[in-house]
Design a protein around this ligand. Structure first.
Ligand SMILES: *Cc1c(COP(=O)(O)O)cnc(C)c1O
Length: 365
């Protein structure tokens, strides 16, 4: 018998749900003002870049990652004010931590609940690991629908409830009293995703120690190291120890680890960058509010969701003018005609505003 062809092995052995999927598409962005992915627009100052290069040159890349990862875990614990009795694990981005959570909780019949519109990876990862994924729409003001969340939790008894705080792409912090009541009612883990913590006025970290079933997930991506891929998950020691069992050994490279340690030693530089972005956010929000027909939503993150008269045509007009944003209007009915704008450096935001002005003027002619 001859061995199977490529198409035979795909048909027979690749899962049908995987065959039906599309790979995550990254928009081409060369030469564009890139305001589509909540990246920090700032590079490190030249002296720090040189110092980082020297540091990385000393790293033993011939060795598997070792105790340096524990140094990073300690540095992050300090950076985040990790409560007593809590521990943290590292992921190759939060995306990997979400996969680990799904994998660890993938009992037969298990489910996850998350509000939508929200971060898509909760749903994608759950379904890939065979968990049922239940999406609960937010209210029209993008607040948690408390009754609907409680009903979904009562019906499905989810292993995990995900709450992004602030939420992506709506950029708001959900109501704390509602979050507290959902946590009280949750039958399983509650994961508070604080990817945008550097830009938010509140964090759940000071309240988390009151519960044994709540975890906080953060990432250095929005902080300024999106290219480095480093996420961390914090929770009660015993719970983190269980999730750690499904972590691929050596999941964080020695280069990522050393770069993250270097960045935390220079956290003041990243704090300064975040402060610039928070003030740029206020400036951008005010400018957007002044444009006729545009409705920006208040933001606690480094992005602004804005409802526009015609998202598809405005997205295209901005792109033609060299500005790449994210058209989220087809992701969920609540986002009809919404664009998500990443807050960029001052000069990038100027380009964005003038492109918006000229695009809107052209559409009125
Ligand atoms: C951007 C983002 C993340 C970050 O994912 P990484 O894999 O760490 O880059 C996590 N959660 C939310 C809600 C996000 O928007």
């Amino acid at each position: 018998m001859s061995p199977p062809t490529t198409s035979t092995v795909i048909q027979r052995h690749i899962r049908s749900d995987v065959r039906a999927m599309h790979a995550y598409a990254v928009q081409p962005s060369d030469g564009m003002v890139k305001l589509d992915a909540m990246e920090n627009p700032f590079r490190l100052p030249e002296p720090l870049r040189t110092a980082l290069g020297d540091r990385l040159a000393e790293v033993a890349i011939n060795r598997y990652p070792g105790s340096r990862n524990d140094d990073l875990r300690c540095a992050l614990a300090q950076h985040a004010d990790l409560p007593e009795g809590f521990d943290l694990i590292l992921g190759n981005g939060s995306d990997e931590l979400i996969s680990m959570l799904s994998l660890a909780c993938a009992n037969p019949g298990a489910s996850v609940v998350a509000p939508v519109p929200g971060f898509v990876m909760y749903d994608v990862s759950a379904r890939l690991q065979g968990l049922r994924s239940i999406s609960v729409p937010l209210t029209t003001e993008f607040e948690l629908d408390e009754a609907a969340m409680l009903a979904a939790m009562a019906e499905h008894q989810p292993a995990i409830v995900y709450l992004a705080y602030p939420n992506n792409p709506t950029a708001n912090l959900f109501d704390d009293a509602i979050i507290e009541r959902l946590i009280e009612a949750a039958p399983g883990l509650v994961v508070i995703d604080e990817a945008y913590q550097p830009f938010a006025s509140r964090s759940y970290i000071d309240r988390v120690a009151r519960h044994g079933h709540v975890l906080i997930m953060r990432t250095l991506s929005k902080f300024g190291l999106a290219g480095v891929r480093l996420g961390y998950l914090m929770g009660p020691k015993a719970l983190i120890a269980e999730i750690d069992k499904v972590r691929p050994p050596y999941n964080v490279s020695v280069l990522n680890c050393e770069t993250a340690l270097f960045a935390l030693e220079h956290a003041d530089e990243f704090d300064r960058q975040a402060a610039v972005l928070r003030s740029e956010r206020a400036r951008l929000f005010a400018a957007l509010s002044d444009l006729p027909g545009l409705h920006p939503y208040p933001s606690e993150a480094n992005m602004i969701l804005v409802r526009v008269p015609d998202a598809a045509s405005l997205f295209g007009a901005l792109k033609q003018r060299g500005v790449l944003v994210k058209n989220v209007s087809t992701l969920h009915p609540l986002l009809a005609n919404c664009l998500r704008l990443t807050v960029g450096a001052p000069e990038e935001n100027e380009v964005l505003m003038s492109a918006l002005n000229s695009s809107l003027e052209a559409s009125l002619r």
